[in-house]
Design a protein around this ligand. Sequence first.
Ligand SMILES: Cc1ncc(COP(=O)(O)O)c(C=O)c1O
Length: 491
Amino acid sequence: MVQHERDCTFIILHLTQIMTSTEFRKAAHELVDWMADYMDNVGDYPVKPDIKPGDIKVQLPSSAPEQGEEFQSIFSDFNNIILPGITHWQHPQFAAYFPSGTSGPSVLAEMLSSTMGAQCMIWLTSPSAEELEERMMEWVRDMLGLPKEFIGVIQDSSSSSTLVALLTAREAHTHYAINKAGFEGKGKFRVYTSEQAHSSVDKGVKIAGFGIENLVKIEVDDSFAIIPDALESAIKNDLEAGYIPLCVVSTIGTTSSTAVDPVRAIGEICAKYKCWHHIDASYSGAALLIPSMRWMSDGVELADSFVFNPHKWMLTNFDCSAYFVKDKKALINTFSILPEYLKTPQDHLVNNYRDWSIPLGRRFRALKLWFVIRSYGVDGLRKIIEDHINIGQWLKKEIEKERDFEILAPVPVNLICFRYHPAGMTNEEELNRINTILLEGLNQTGKILLTQTKLNGKYTVRFVSGNSNTSLEEVKKSWDMITDFARKIKI
Ligand SMILES: Cc1ncc(COP(=O)(O)O)c(C=O)c1O
C-alpha cells in the first residue's frame, strides 16, 4: 500500500446517520410551524437589531464542537443567538435599499431544492433543472415584453450578470483573443455608464481587466438619467484619443433614485459605434410586467444584454438574477471550458449552463421561479407590483402636500427620495445634518428601516414601497413615524 492510501476497514464503523428521517420529519414540522409564525409575526421584531459589532460572534464557541449536538440545542441557539442579530428584510416597515422579496411558494421550492441537493451544472446532472430553467427564462422574457431573440440564464446576482456582459463584450469584440492570449497589444478599452450607475459596474470593469480609469461616467440630466449627447461626445473623444469604445451599461432604475436612462437613444449610439449595450434593470425590471410601464424599456430590442433580479421585487427569494443575451454563441464562447470529466453524450443537443456563467456548480433556482409564477400567475404578480407602485405614488403625493418636506427626484416607480426641509432653513450643511439625525434616529427605534443617498450633494432619505409585506396601511404608519420624528428634532 502506498503511503497516502489508508486502510478503510475500520472507518466504516464510524459512519453513523446524523439525523434519521424520523428525526428529520419531527424537526422539519417544528421548523415549518416556526416559519409560518415568522411570516405572520415578522412585524413584531425590531426591523434592525440593536447590537454592536462583535456581539454575536462573542456568543459563538471559538472552535467547532468535537461531538455532534442535538437539533433542539442548535435550534435553541438559533433563537437565542442568531435571531436577535437578524435584520428583518420582510418586516412591513423595511423600506431600505431595494427589497429582497420572498413568498411562501418560493420558500417551499427552496425546501425541495435543498432536500434533493441537486447541483445543476450541466443537463446531465439534472435534466429537469436545465429544461425548467430554459422554459422559465422564456416565460420571464415574455412576461417583461423583452424581444424574442433574448436567451436567458439564471445568475446569482446582477453584479455577476453585469460582469458576464462585460466579459462577453470584451471577447466578442476581440474574437476571443483576450481569453486566448491576454490583453497585450489589444489596445485600451473604454466602458461607459452613468454617474448614477450601480457600483457593480465599477466592480465588473475592475475584474474584467479594463482598469477602473477606463470606466467613463457620463453626466446625467435633472432626472438623473444619462444625457445621450454627453455619451456620444465621450465616445468621439475617446476614438480621437485612440481608445476602443467597447460597452455602454445603461440603467432602468438606478439605485439612488430609480432614474431611467434613455435606452433607445443609448442603443442607437451603441449601434453607431459598435459598442455592446448592457441594460441593468436589477430592481425596476419587475415593473415591466405592467405594459404601461414599458416606456422604461423602449429600445430594449437594440440592446445586447439585459439583467433583472426576480429576487428583488418579484417574490422570489435570494438568489435569482435573470440575465438575457442576444448572441448566445458569444456568451458560450466566452465561458465555455470542456475538460474530459465534464463531457457528456448530449453536449451538442442541450444547454449546459456551466458555460453560461462564472461558477461551474449551480443551484436549482428555476424551481422557485416556477413555483412563484404558477402560484400567483402573471396577473397576480402584475397586480402586486402595480399596488406597490400605487402605494409609492400615494406616498409621493403625501410628501408633496407637506410644506416642511420635499421630494428630491422623480418617482417613476416606487422609490421616493425626499428630505425634511423646515421652513426658512437654507443652509445645505444644516439640512444634511438634520436629515442624518432623522434617518439615524428613526432606524434606532427599531420600528422602521430606511437608507440614504446623496443627490446633487443633498443628503436624501430613500423610501422603497416594494417589499413583499408592503401595504398602504403599513406605509401610512411609516409616514406618520417619519413626520412625528422629524418635527420633534431640535433645530
Ligand atoms: C441598479 C442595480 N444594479 C445592480 C445591483 C446589484 O445587485 P446584486 O446584489 O444582485 O448584485 C443593485 C443592487 O441593489 C442595483 O440597485
